[in-house]
Each structure stands twice: as structure tokens, then as C-alpha cells.
Design a protein around this ligand. Structure first.
Ligand code: ADQ
Length: 750
């Protein structure tokens, strides 16, 4: 475990700070998260940073004293001016992210000012964290309000251990892509050592967004991007079961409330809905399904009652106002249609109720009716189960709640299909007690095992592992090229060998190979380099001879190596020769139909034919599908080519079939023999074929990898632009030296 303290950051503090009749008061709010995290904070030391839920109107001494007191107890408030809070919390967080992440693309608003406020608010949270952050501390960030925070912290405190948990669902990439600033949001999250989700599905959605939005592939449990690695995990949150079960057993108030309910509903069976009044919770759909149930099963009328508890939420957002009206009128309609003087079909409670009342209701209800249209987890379902340890009671659960992934013994329903929900309810109410009990006991065992305590322990353990790994890991890429030292070595040398890859090294990748032509600057640099005194220069590329001829054919003194070493053109003869006797083309006839099949299956992919190779390009295809098919293709070809000299090799968005002997390593030996005395050797390349180059250079060579990733090269640079700037330095140095030599004799002579 990390030594330092724990800093928990969430939008809201687990405190309700308000001005009562006797001045300011702060009451701790209960809830699973606070129950799990507070003991850890006590034990390890630490603090909880969050917004108090309101903006200070003016400087208020009473409020200040209260907040100072809270700070002493480890609760640090981040104040946001009213306008910022509105745009951030009610705006971007709850009118942009919340609906989109819950698949309500129609409720979603994209206000540019909302985004600005989101950035500003995240920065304020960062400042608050930095004020308290010390070496060795762990920062645990919660939820969708703060998705930029991991990167913001990482940028200024690279050593910090940072974890992020998303409480709400992560949408499919198709939906996520709608979000303006989607790339910033993803990059924000990737600043963390660990990003955890409620379910595997959320994690998969996140991975597919990384690929489709950022073009970053990931493994099942980790992603490496921007030079750092982030651990990915699905960690479903639980509850503190004894906070519910314990009330039934030990709390007199709860017991009284329970007895009162039993008496009041003596001859009726209670169906219970408990939700925040939010459009994701499916309350209107539940009421309509209830109406259908009463229509299709008249014998249940008068026997059942739906108690719907709804806590008002986000009331300043118009969508929530509409929802409140819809629910009000549906309750009225159902009660009006079916009610009698003795029986009210729906009992509607629109306020927060106390823990005792809530637990009494859970315990008294025969059916827990939990049918959100979309929900990260849904704790109500687990709380209901925790209150039924003897196995009485039934859980009807939406398959769109994260909880459904763990609660297979519940009666799972599609809440949009109101007809079927009604049918399931009818069936459930008729089910033999034995079957119901069996299912409920299994659910109960699981809720008791997967508690919020285990969840938080596991999160912190994984975060610790991930951060340790990062701190101990060798850098993922070679050291940055020391330009001054290289230049010095170049100047001091007399005989120099320079090998340059082309695509991804001298020019960036283009969607199609034919679009990646060298700029005049590239040609000029290469020509000056090849012409410099004491330099042997070569372009060592996978390109065809025709391409290299067109790009550099006119440059004097330059060696051209095409098809990864299969074809060589010496500047002396200007003739192309093949590294081995020319093989026949029959192999192409065998391989082409296989590649054609993949081209037909993959829109945007295409074939490139070279003399010694066939290449399937999938850069323009859907990234995920392209990667998947590329793996499949290599596996197919491996089998097919097992007893030939041919190999199927994955390159940068390509699968290339070529001869094993046509590799860059072999050609290096030949070039080295041209300059056996070389005292300066330089090779620059960006992909796997260049690793052959790096490994075959003898002695102390300057080997340079372009871009990210591990490599056998000694050094790295970021991009082709860096390569050109570096070559410019070398060429200028060579030219300066040349001028000095030319100039010197004349001075002497003069
Ligand atoms: P919420 O959307 O708030 O949480 P949920 O998981 O159901 O949803 O938690 C609601 C909590 O509020 C429960 O603990 C419940 O007991 C309490 N509650 C609801 N109605 C109440 C009432 N009328 N009176 C008193 N208490 C009431 C977000 C995500 C969820 C995720 C949680 C935790 O949206 O998907 O499960 O975080 O990660």
C-alpha cells in the first residue's frame, strides 16, 4: 500500500452545507461511498475535496467558520461562483454528459459555454488538489463531472498516483462520438494510472472509443498512449449491507415504521419503486406498465399497490421539470382510472425519506421494481436485496442497469417493452414461493459478498499496483536523441554512413501511399546529405523501386534500397539489382485471391502490388474491424505459407506478404562493407522493419526511432518534423566544414 495520504475528489462533498434557522450547519450525508471511504480516510489519513452544493453569495463569516471546521475534519470545499457552477453542473455535466452517457442523445445539449465552464471547474478542482498534494499521496477521482482532472493533475505532478472511477455508464463509441471535445475528455481520463468502470461493457465501450476517436488501440486491461500507461478495469460498486439489514434488526424506528406499513397494507401486496426523479430511471414507463398490469389482470386490482418514492433532483433543468409533470399526471391517471374509495393503486411520495422509512419499505415490499432505462449500477436494487435475507421478496430488474450484469437471478426485463414488463409482473406475483426464495437467497449472498468495502479496497490496491508499475517501469521508449552530442560526433568523424527509412520517418503517413510524396525540402535535404564530403547515404524503404525512382532517382550519390532490401540501386551504376535471383510470380497467383477476399470484406481497404511483395492496406478502413481482420489474415497466411520463403508481416495498418530474405538487416551488411572504416553510423526509422536495421549496425551507432513504443534503437524523436530539423543541423555542419576547407587554402595562398 502507498505510504502517503488519500485524497478523494468528487463533485459533491458528502456533507450537506446549508443555512438553518440557527445559522450555518453541515450535516454528513450518508451513502455507501461515504461509508466505505470515510474509514479509509480515518485510517490512512487524508481528505475529501468537493463542491458544497451552493455558491457563497457574499463573504459570510458564519459560513467561513463552519467550512474551516469541516476542513479540520478533512472535508475541503471547492467554491465555484454561481454562474460557473450553473454552467458546469447544470450545464455541461448534467445536460451534455449525463444524457449522452445514458444514451439519451435527444436530451443532450452542446453549449460551448458549458464546455468552457467544465474546463474552468476542473482546473479549480485541480488547484484544490495541488494545494494538499504531497509526494506519495494517492488521488481518487469520482465520476463524470471531473473527467479532465486526471490529466490536469498528471501534467503538473507527474509522480502522483491518480485513479478515476466512473459511476455512470460509458456509452458505445457511436454515441460517444457525438460529444464535442470528445478527444479532450478521453485524453483527460488517460492521465490516470487506473480508470475503472462499473461493468465490462462500459470498459469495452471506452476501449472502442479510444480506438475510434483517438486511434489508440488498447489491451483488455491497459492502454499506452502519450508515453504513459493506464490500467483499465471493471469494478462494480456494492453497498454497505449492514446499513440496511442492521436497521431492520436493531433500529426501533425502523421496526415501528415496518409494523405500521404491515398494518396499513394488511391485505395488499406492495410493489416498490425508489428512484431519484430522473428520466433515466424509467418512472413513467413503470407507471404505464403498471397500468397495463391492472388492465390485463383485473383480479389483482385492490390486491396490489405500487409505492413509488421519488427524490426530486436537478430541479432547475427544464427536462426534469417536464418529467415531474409527466409523472404527476400519470399517477393521477392511473389512480383516477382504477382507484376506489378503499384502494389507491399508486402511492406517490415525492421527497427524500429517512433511512428508517426507506428500509421499512424495502422490507415490506413483495416486489422491488427497479427498471431504469439506463443506469451505471443502481444501488436501490442491491439495497432491496440486502433487506430480504430470508429470501422472501422478488427483484424485477432492468437489463439496462449495470447491476443486471451481476444479478442474473433477478427477473430481468426490458423497461421499454411495457407490455412484457406487465406480463413478467403478473407471472412473478403468481410464482411458487420456493422458486422466488431460491433466486432471492442467491442474490442476497452476492450482495453480502461484493460490498462497497471490498470495492474500495480493490480499487486502491489496483491503483497502487498500476502506479508502482509506472514508477518502476523502464521508459516505454528510448531516450530523446541528444542532438548536440550527435552533432559533435558527426563533426569529429571522417567516414559516415547514414541510413534513412522513408514513410513515417522523412514524411508522415498519408491515407494512401501515393499521397505521401516528399516535399521539396525533404528532397533538398537528402540531396545535400548524400553530396556531403565523407558521407554515404541511403534511403532504405519498403516502397517499390518505381516510387523511389520517382522521388529520389535524380539525386546523385544516393543509394536507394526498395522493398525492404529486396532491390538495391547503387549511385554508381544507377541500375537496380535484386538481392537474390528473381523468383517467379506464381506465388502471387496463390496469395492474391486471399487478399481479394479481405478487400471485398473490408470497405476502405486496398491492395498494393510490388515486385517482391503484396500489401493489404487497411488505414482507411474502420479501425477496430481492420485490426481484427488483419490478425485473422496473418493467421490464415501463416498456415498457407508455412513451407515457403514467404512471410506475412503486420506493418503500420498493413499486412505485407514478402520474401524472408528481403529485409533491411541484410542490406545493412552490404552498405557497411562500402564504408568499413565508418566512424559515424546513423540509422533512423519508425517501424518494425527498421528494428532489423538498428540491430545490424555494428559498433557504436546512432540508432533513432521515430515515435512511441519500445525499440532496440538507442534514441528516439517524436515525429518526421524532428527528423528533418535534425538532418538540417547535420547537413549544415557538413557544409560549414566543407567551406572551411575550401576557404582555408585560399587564405593561406593569399
Ligand atoms: P444514482 O443515480 O443516484 O447514482 P442509485 O445507484 O440508485 O442512483 O443510488 C441512489 C441512492 O439514493 C440509493 O442509495 C438510494 O437508497 C437513495 N435514494 C433514492 N431515493 C431515495 C429517497 N426517496 N429517499 C432516500 N433515499 C433515496 C449514481 C449512478 C448509479 C450508481 C451510483 C453509485 O447513477 O448508476 O449505482 O452512482 O455508483
Amino acid at each position: 500500500m502507498a505510504e502517503g495520504k488519500l485524497i478523494v475528489v468528487s463533485n459533491r462533498l458528502p456533507l450537506s452545507v446549508r443555512r438553518g434557522p440557527e445559522g450555518w450547519v453541515a450535516e454528513p450525508s450518508s451513502g455507501g461511498l461515504a461509508s466505505a471511504v470515510n474509514p479509509i480516510l480515518k485510517q490512512r489519513g487524508g481528505l475529501w475535496i468537493g463542491w458544497p452544493g451552493h455558491a457563497p453569495r457574499e463573504l459570510d463569516a458564519g459560513r467561513e467558520t463552519l467550512l474551516e471546521g469541516a476542513r479540520q475534519k478533512g472535508f475541503v470545499t471547492v467554491d465555484l461562483p454561481a454562474d460557473l457552477a450553473r454552467r458546469f453542473y447544470e450545464g455541461y455535466a448534467n445536460q451534455t454528459l449525463w444524457p449522452l452517457f445514458h444514451n439519451f442523445a435527444t436530451n443532450f445539449e452542446a453549449d460551448p459555454e458549458g464546455w468552457t465552464a467544465y474546463v474552468t471547474a476542473n482546473r479549480r478542482f485541480r488547484d484544490a488538489v495541488l494545494e494538499h498534494l504531497e509526494p506519495g499521496d494517492t488521488v481518487w477521482i469520482h465520476d463524470y463531472h471531473l473527467m479532465l482532472l486526471p490529466r490536469l493533475i498528471r501534467d503538473v505532478a507527474p509522480e502522483a498516483r491518480v485513479g478515476f472511477f466512473l459511476h455512470i455508464p460509458f456509452p458505445a463509441s457511436e454515441t460517444f462520438r457525438i460529444l464535442p471535445h470528445r478527444d479532450e475528455v478521453l485524453r483527460g481520463l488517460l492521465g490516470a494510472d487506473l480508470v475503472a468502470f462499473q461493468t465490462h461493457l462500459d470498459l469495452q465501450h471506452f476501449r472502442s472509443s479510444l480506438l475510434r476517436v483517438l486511434g489508440v488501440p488498447s489491451a483488455l486491461d491497459r492502454v499506452t498512449a502519450q508515453g504513459s500507461s493506464t490500467r483499465l478495469e471493471a469494478l462494480p460498486i456494492g453497498i454497505a449491507p449492514e446499513e440496511f439489514a442492521g436497521y431492520i434488526e436493531n433500529d426501533a424506528k425502523t421496526q415501528r415504521a415496518f409494523e405500521a406499513l404491515r398494518k396499513r397494507y394488511r391485505n395488499r401486496r406492495i410493489l416498490l419503486g425508489v428512484d431519484r426523479l430522473d428520466y433515466t430511471k424509467g418512472i413513467p414507463e413503470r407507471l404505464r406498465a403498471y397500468r397495463k398490469l391492472l388492465q390485463r389482470a383485473p383480479h389483482l386490482r385492490g390486491q396490489i399497490v405500487l409505492v413509488q418514492v421519488a427524490v426530486p433532483s436537478r430541479e432547475r433543468i427544464p427536462e426534469y421539470d417536464r418529467l415531474r409533470n409527466t409523472v404527476n399526471s400519470l399517477v393521477g391517471e392511473v389512480n383516477g382510472e382504477f382507484g376506489t374509495p378503499e384502494w389507491t393503486p399508486v402511492v406517490y411520495i415525492r421527497r427524500a425519506i429517512s433511512r428508517s422509512e426507506l428500509v421499512a419499505l424495502y422490507a415490506a415490499a413483495e416486489v422491488g421494481w427497479v427498471t431504469p432505462l439506463r443506469d451505471g449500477m443502481n444501488l436501490v436494487s442491491k439495497e432491496y436485496v440486502a433487506c430480504h435475507r430470508r429470501g422472501e421478496g422478488v427483484l424485477v430488474l432492468s437489463e439496462f442497469a449495470g447491476a443486471a450484469a451481476e444479478m442474473g437471478e433477478a427477473f430481468l426485463v426490458n423497461p421499454y417493452d411495457e407490455e412484457r414488463v406487465a406480463a413478467v409482473l403478473e407471472r412473478v406475483l403468481n410464482l411458487p414461493a420456493e422458486e422466488r426464495k431460491e433466486r432471492m437467497l442467491m442474490l442476497h449472498r452476492r450482495v453480502l459478498r461484493n460490498t462497497v468495502f471490498r470495492w474500495s479496497e480493490r480499487f486502491l490496491l489496483l491503483l497502487d499496483e498500476a502506479a508502482q508499475g509506472r514508477l518502476a517501469a523502464r521508459p516505454e521508449r528510448p531516450d530523446a536523441l541528444p542532438v548536440a552530442a550527435t552533432l559533435e560526433s558527426f563533426r569529429a568523424s571522417r567516414s559516415r554512413l547514414v541510413l534513412l527509412d522513408y514513410d513515417g520517418t522523412l514524411v508522415p503517413f498519408a491515407p494512401r501511399p501515393r499521397d505521401a510524396v516528399p516535399t521539396p525540402r525533404v528532397v533538398d535535404l537528402v540531396a545535400r546529405l548524400a553530396g556531403a564530403a565523407g558521407v554515404t547515404a541511403a534511403i532504405v524503404s519498403g516502397r517499390s523501386r518505381a516510387d523511389l525512382e520517382a522521388f529520389f532517382g535524380h539525386v546523385p550519390d544516393l543509394w536507394l534500397i526498395a522493398e525492404h532490401g529486396g532491390l538495391v540501386r547503387s549511385p554508381l551504376t544507377r541500375e537496380w539489382e535484386m538481392a537474390r535471383p528473381r523468383p517467379g510470380d506464381e506465388w502471387k497467383a496463390r496469395v492474391l485471391p486471399v487478399l481479394d477476399h479481405y478487400i471485398d470484406r473490408t470497405p476502405g481497404s486496398f491492395l498494393e502490388e510490388k515486385e517482391l511483395a503484396l500489401v493489404w492496406h487497411h488505414r482507411l478502413a474502420d479501425p477496430e474491424f481492420g485490426e481484427w481482420l488483419a490478425n485473422e489474415l496473418v493467421a490464415t497466411l501463416d498456415e498457407m505459407l508455412a513451407d515457403t520463403e514467404l512471410q506475412a508481416i503486420r506493418g503500420n495498418k498493413t499486412v505485407e506478404v514478402r520474401f524472408a530474405w528481403a529485409n533491411k538487416g541484410a542490406v545493412v551488411d552490404r552498405l557497411q562493407s562500402l564504408r568499413p572504416d565508418a566512424d559515424f553510423r546513423l540509422a533512423i526509422g519508425d517501424d518494425r522493419t527498421d528494428e532489423d536495421l538498428f540491430q545490424r549496425l555494428r559498433g557504436e551507432a546512432w540508432t533513432v526511432r521515430v515515435g512511441e513504443g519500445t525499440s532496440s534503437a538507442r534514441y528516439s524523436v517524436d515525429s518526421p518534423a524532428d527528423v528533418l530539423a535534425f538532418l538540417e543541423t547535420l547537413v549544415s555542419a557538413a557544409e560549414d566544414a566543407q567551406r572551411e576547407i575550401e576557404f582555408a587554402p585560399r587564405v593561406a595562398a593569399g
